[in-house]
Design a protein around this ligand. Sequence first.
Ligand SMILES: Cc1cc2nc3c(=O)[nH]c(=O)nc-3n(C[C@H](O)[C@H](O)[C@H](O)COP(=O)(O)O)c2cc1C
Length: 211
Amino acid sequence: MDWSPADRSPGAHYHFLTSAVAPRPIAWVTTVDGEGRANCAPFSYFQGVGSDPPMLMLSISDRPERAGGGPKDTLRNIQETGEFVVHVATAQHAQQVVDSAAPFPPDVDELEAVGLETVPSHVVRPPRLADSPVAMECRLVETHRFGQRVPVTVVFGEVVHFHADDAVLDKRGNVRAGAGPDAVRFLARLGGHRYAAVDETFEVGPGSVGS
Ligand SMILES: Cc1cc2nc3c(=O)[nH]c(=O)nc-3n(C[C@H](O)[C@H](O)[C@H](O)COP(=O)(O)O)c2cc1C
């Protein structure tokens, strides 16, 4: 089957793209508003985009019109404070990751409702999730806005502090992936409500082609 973007609705593009651009890592993001109230939500349009300086990006759509439109709390908070913390989502936390995406009213403490404990971050105001094995404290670098019918804002942030549990680090100080107690069992998003856990990994070294 072949088709042009004009043949399908934005909703159909969302469902196809999120089933085809998969598996996606999930940024589990904490922010605070101008009064210091904490917020937490997952974003799977997420990637690392550079190493020097270390940079991450996430893409945040506006709320759908039927939910009143306008920016999601995470974007509003990032634009207000210039800070956010990206946590690695693990399969052990899958239900809490999904629960934290619920649209909570502004007066509800989302972290408490989802049962998430936090500890202070090192250099930014948003707190760090105590149970997440890897956290990256970020400062906003810039945003880029695309689209009209379903606008999205891509947020670029520089990592200003790294945190990782010693237990999941290999001898070089990098994160071990997999199912063991000394590794991060990464949670990845597929299409719809489907997720994958990184249980099995393998190495592929460089071959003998090229010079
Ligand atoms: C696993 C997962 C991944 C998600 N990824 C995105 C995403 O990349 N971009 C986005 O705008 N919303 C995404 N969402 C939806 C947001 O998490 C949801 O709209 C949330 O209510 C936003 O919260 P906030 O208003 O507190 O920022 C995702 C939801 C789930 C469960």
